[in-house]
Design a protein around this ligand. Structure first.
Ligand code: ADP
Ligand code: ZN
Ligand code: ZN
Length: 817
C-alpha cells in the first residue's frame, strides 16, 4: 500500500464475522505492519491474531478505533492473490471471510490464547497482609511477574485454584493477561563444523587428529565428518552418529577441544523422500495421441476434461504434464478426493518425482502443515493433496490436476465454507492463468456438459493400457434367484460359483456393499419394535465384532439387546446386511478362504488401511469385502472378479444425483477388475435389472447414459441446467423448525415464485437431536441474477435470526450442494 501512512488497518479475524475490523496503527508499529502479516488485537476483551489486509488514512468514524497491540510476523503469511481468492469463496459460497480464513490457514499459524495472571501495582503493598493460599500465590506472582493457571495449580497442589484467583482479582491485586502463544515451533537440530583454526592451519586435519589420537571414537567421528563433508561445511550431528557410531559425548568432547563448532539450526520436518527416482515408461500410441490432443486443447482452453476409462493411463499422462510444468519452473497442484484412500497413487508419484512432491492433508501434524505451507511460498514444485490444498500460498502455479473430478468428496458440506474443491480450483487457475486437467473415467455431468459446450477441451482414452481390456459385466436378477431358491445368504449361485472359480485359479475377488457393520436393522419378531437412535431418525446398525448397535450419524451406541425392550420377546432378527455380515457368511461358505474387510471399522487409521492394501497386493488375502473405500483408484494386478452384492439401495437413494452416483460407483468398482492381461468379470446383483443405469453400466453405454441423464436434468430443472442452493433449517424443537422453514419459503417464494421447492423433510428427518427441513432454490445460470438471489437469502436469514426466539435456529445456506 504505497502512498498511505498506514494510520488505520483492516484486520481479518478468524471468526464468523461478516466484515473486517478497523484498528489504529500506533507510530512504532507503522514500519512493521504490512499486508498479510498477523497482528495482535483485542476484541470484546479477548486477544486474537488477525490478518492485516488493507490500510487507509481516513475512516470517517467519530470514535477512534483501538490500536493494534503488536505485529507478529516479519514477512506476510498470505499473498495478495490469496485474499482475492478468499473473497471470491466467501461471496460465492455465502459464507464469511473469517470462515474462509479458518479453513485456509494451517492451524499452526492460528494463535490460541492462554490465560496468564500478572501482578497489579497494588500487590506489593498488600503482600504482607495476605495469608494461606492467597499469600502463596501472590508471592509467586509477584516474584515471577506472571503465572499460568497450571503453575498456580502446582504451587497450591490443588485442582481448583479459581477461587483463590478470583479473590485476588476481586481485590484488584492481580489481573488477567491473555497471551497469544504460537503453536508452531521450528524444529532444530545440532549441526557441527570444523572450527576456523583447524580449517586454516592444515588441510589434512593432522593437527586435529593429533589432538584426538588417544580416543578412537573421537578419531572416527572426525574422519566420518571429513568424508561426509570434504569441504568442511556444516553438517548434522546425526549424520556423524550414523556414519561413525559416535554419540553425543564424543561430539561434545570434540567441541570442548575446540575442534568442532556446534550450533542448533532449523531443519525441515518434511522428510526427504529416500527412494530412488524412477524414470517414466514410454507412452503407448493412444496415450501419445491423447497427450498431443491435450496440448492442442490447452492452446484455446484453460481447462481440459480427460475422459479416460479405468486403467487407460490417465495417471501416466498426468506425470508427463507435471514434468513439463516443473521443467518450466512452475508449480503443480495435484488434487485427489481423499488422501487416506490414495496411498497407492501417492507412492507412484513419489517414485517418479521423489522429493519434489509435498503431500498436504489434514492428518499431518500442525508443524508439518506449516512447513509445507511455507514451502509452497518458497516455490516447492509439486503438491498432492485433498481439497484444502487449494489454500496453499502458490508462487507461480502452472498446472492443476483434479483427479477423479466427479468424486463427491471434493465438496465440503460441513462446516462452512461449503466449497467445492474442484470448482474452486478452477477459479484459482484463473488467478494464475494456470492450466487445469479434470480427469475421470466417469466425469460429472457438470464437467461433461461444459465439454459439450466447448467451455472445456475434451480428450478421451477409450481403451485400457496394454493387454488389459475392460471387464465383462453381468447382471444377476435377484427376484428370480430368490424365487428359485438359489440364494445362500446374500450370495446367488452365480456369484458364489464365480468366487470359487477365481479362488481355484489363484485369483482375487473384491466384493462391494455400501454399508458397514453386520446388519442395519435389528427387529422384534412379535411387536415389530426396532432399535432406533434416540438422537436421530435412523435405526441402529449391529456391529458383532464390537458387540454393539451403533448410530452412524451421531456415534450413539449401546450393547446388542438380547430381548425386546417393548414386549420381552427374546427372538430378535437382524435384517439386511453390511460388510461384516458378508465376510462372516462367506467364511461359513468357503472355510478355507482368507477373507478381509475394508471399511471405516477395520481401516480407521492410515496404517490399518495400508496394511489391508499391502496384504491384498501380496496375495495374502483371497477376498476383500469393502465399502466405497475399495472403489477409489486402487490398482491391483490379480483381481479376476468384482461383485456388487445389492445395487438397489444405491439406485434408489433419495437425491437428484442418485443415478449419476450409481453409474459412477458401479463403473468405478467394475474398473478394479482385470487391470492386467487377463479379462476380468463383474457381477451386479439387483432386484431391478431393467433399471436404466444398470443397463447402461452393463453395456458401458456412456453416450446413452450422458444423453438420458442430461435430458432428465433439463426436464426437471436440476444441475447442470440450473444452479442449486439448498437452505437447511435445524432446531431441537420441531415446531420452531417447521415455522422457520415455512416463513423462509414464503419470503423466498414471494420474490422467486416457482424457483423454490419445499420446505420438505429430508429422508433422515432428525440428526443429533435436531429436526431438519430443507428448501431448494433453483437458479438460472445468470451471474447477476444469482447474486441477487444470494443477497435475498442472506437478507432472509438475517431477518429470521432477528425475530424473537429464533436466534438459535440454524439456517444453513449451501451453494451447489
Ligand atoms: P488410470 O489412471 O487411467 O486408471 P493408470 O495410469 O493407473 O490408469 O494405468 C493403468 C495401469 O497401466 C497402471 O498399472 C499403469 O502402471 C499401467 N500403465 C499405463 N500406461 C503405461 C505405460 N505407458 N507404460 C507402462 N505401464 C503403463
Ligand atoms: Zn417386541
Ligand atoms: Zn444418532
Amino acid at each position: 500500500m504505497k502512498g498511505t501512512s498506514k494510520r488505520y488497518v483492516e484486520v481479518l479475524l478468524p471468526l464468523a464475522l461478516a466484515q473486517s475490523y478497523t484498528y489504529a496503527v500506533p507510530e512504532h508499529l507503522k514500519e512493521k505492519v504490512q499486508f498479510g502479516v498477523r497482528v495482535e488485537v483485542a476484541l470484546n476483551r479477548k486477544l486474537y491474531a488477525g490478518l492485516a489486509v488493507s490500510f487507509h488514512d481516513d475512516i470517517g468514524l467519530e470514535i477512534k478505533p483501538k490500536d493494534i497491540i503488536s505485529v507478529i510476523d516479519d514477512r506476510p503469511i498470505i499473498l495478495e492473490y490469496q485474499y482475492t481468492f478468499w473473497q471470491w469463496i466467501a461471496r460465492y459460497y455465502c459464507c464469511t471471510l473469517g470462515e474462509v480464513m479458518n479453513v485456509a490457514l494451517p492451524s499452526g499459524l492460528k494463535l490460541n490464547s492462554e490465560t496468564k495472571v500478572v501482578a497489579s501495582q497494588l500487590l506489593e503493598d498488600q503482600l504482607a497482609y495476605l495469608e494461606d493460599d492467597e499469600g502463596m500465590v501472590a508471592d509467586a506472582i509477584f516474584n515471577n511477574n506472571e503465572l499460568g493457571i497450571e503453575d498456580i495449580r502446582t504451587i497450591l497442589n490443588k485442582k481448583t485454584v479459581y477461587p483463590v484467583i478470583k479473590s485476588l482479582l476481586d481485590k484488584e491485586l492481580i489481573f488477567i493477561r491473555e497471551e497469544l502463544k504460537q503453536k508452531y515451533k521450528a524444529k532444530t537440530a545440532d549441526f557441527v563444523c570444523l572450527s576456523e583454526i583447524h580449517r586454516q592451519q592444515d588441510k589434512d586435519l593432522n593437527e586435529a587428529l593429533e589432538l584426538t589420537k588417544r580416543s578412537e571414537k573421537q578419531t572416527n567421528a572426525l574422519l566420518a565428518y571429513a568424508s561426509l563433508s570434504p569441504a568442511y561445511e556444516w553438517i548434522s550431528k546425526q549424520s556423524i552418529y550414523k556414519k561413525s557410531g559416535a554419540d553425543a559425548s564424543v561430539i561434545n568432547a570434540l567441541v570442548k577441544k575446540g575442534i568442532f563448532l556446534k550450533e542448533a539450526r532449523q531443519v525441515s520436518r518434511i522428510e526427504d523422500y529416500l527412494g530412488k527416482a524412477q524414470s517414466l515408461k514410454p507412452l503407448s500410441t493412444n496415450q501419445e495421441e491423447a497427450l498431443k490432443a491435450i496440448r492442442k486443447s490447452f492452446q484455446d482452453h484453460r481447462t481440459t476434461l480427460l475422459f479416460g476409462v479405468t486403467g487407460s493411463g490417465k495417471t501416466r499422462l498426468y506425470m508427463e504434464l507435471m514434468q513439463e510444468t516443473i521443467d518450466r519452473g512452475e508449480q503443480v497442484l495435484f488434487l485427489i478426493p481423499e488422501i487416506a484412500l490414495t496411498t497407492q497413487l501417492v507412492q507412484r508419484l513419489q517414485a517418479i518425482f521423489g522429493k519434489d512432491i509435498g503431500v498436504y492433508h489434514s492428518r499431518l501434524n500442525q508443524s508439518k502443515r506449516v512447513e509445507l505451507y511455507q514451502s509452497a511460498m518458497e516455490g516447492q514444485s509439486i503438491f498432492v493433496g485433498a481439497r484444502s490444498s487449494i489454500f496453499l500460498p502458490f508462487k507461480n502455479l502452472g498446472l492443476i490436476i483434479v483427479d477423479e473430478e466427479h468424486d463427491a468428496s471434493y465438496k465440503q458440506s460441513e462446516p462452512s465454507p461449503r466449497y467445492q474443491g474442484r470448482d474452486t480450483a478452477l477459479y484459482l487457475s484463473k488467478l494464475f492463468n494456470a492450466k487445469v486437467i479434470l480427469g475421470s473415467a466417469t466425469p460429472s455431468l457438470e464437467s461433461y456438459q461444459n465439454a459439450l459446450d466447448d467451455k472445456y477441451g475434451l480428450v478421451t482414452l477409450h481403451e485400457r493400457y496394454g493387454e488389459a481390456t475392460l471387464p465383462a459385466i453381468e447382471i444377476v436378477d435377484l427376484r428370480k434367484k430368490y424365487k428359485q431358491g438359489l440364494m445362500r445368504a446374500m450370495f446367488s449361485d452365480e456369484l458364489l460359483s464365480a468366487v470359487k472359480t477365481a479362488l481355484n485359479n489363484k485369483e482375487q475377488v473384491l466384493l462391494f456393499q455400501n454399508r458397514r457393520g453386520y446388519s442395519p436393522t435389528i427387529q422384534c419378531t412379535l411387536c415389530n419394535w426396532n432399535a432406533e437412535c434416540p438422537n436421530c431418525d435412523v435405526s441402529l446398525t449391529t456391529h458383532k465384532y464390537f458387540q454393539q448397535i451403533n448410530c452412524h450419524y451421531c456415534g450413539y451406541h449401546t450393547k446388542i439387546p438380547t430381548q425386546c425392550p417393548q414386549c420381552g420377546n427374546t427372538h430378535l432378527v437382524e435384517l439386511g446386511f453390511g460388510t461384516e455380515k458378508i465376510a462372516a457368511e462367506l467364511s461359513n461358505l468357503l472355510p478355507g478362504a482368507t477373507i478381509k474387510r475394508m471399511d471405516y471399522d477395520t481401516a480407521k487409521t492410515k496404517a490399518q488401511y495400508e496394511d489391508i492394501i499391502y496384504e491384498f497386493e501380496q496375495g495374502e488375502t483371497d477376498v476383500l469385502v469393502g465399502t466405497q473405500m475399495i472403489t477409489k483408484g486402487l490398482d491391483f494386478d490379480n483381481v479376476a472378479l468384482v461383485g456388487i452384492l445389492l445395487a438397489d439401495k444405491i439406485l434408489f437413494f433419495p437425491d437428484f444425483r442418485a443415478n449419476e452416483r450409481a453409474f459412477q460407483l458401479f463403473t468405478q468398482v467394475a474398473g478394479r477388475a482385470g487391470r492386467r492381461a487377463k479379462k476380468g468379470k463383474v457381477l451386479i446383483q439387483t432386484f431391478n435389472p431393467e433399471h436404466d443405469v444398470i443397463q447402461e453400466t452393463l453395456g458401458m453405454k456412456y453416450g446413452k447414459y450422458y444423453k438420458r441423464e442430461l435430458e432428465e436434468r433439463k426436464m426437471f430443472l436440476y444441475p447442470p441446467s440450473v444452479r442449486l442452493c439448498k437452505v437447511t433449517i435445524k432446531h431441537k424443537d420441531f415446531k420452531r423448525t417447521e415455522a422457520v422453514a415455512n416463513e423462509i419459503a414464503k419470503k423466498l417464494r414471494a420474490q422467486l415464485g416457482n424457483r423454490i421447492i419445499g420446505p420438505a423433510v429430508p429422508g433422515i428427518s432428525r440428526i443429533r437431536g435436531k429436526y431438519i427441513q430443507q428448501i431448494m432454490v433453483k437458479m438460472e445460470k445468470d451471474w447477476s441474477k444469482i447474486q441477487q438471489i444470494k443477497a435475498l437469502l442472506h437478507q432472509t436469514k438475517r431477518y429470521i435470526k432477528a425475530l424473537k426466539n429464533m436466534s438459535t435456529v440454524q439456517i444453513i445456506i449451501d451453494v451447489d450442494p
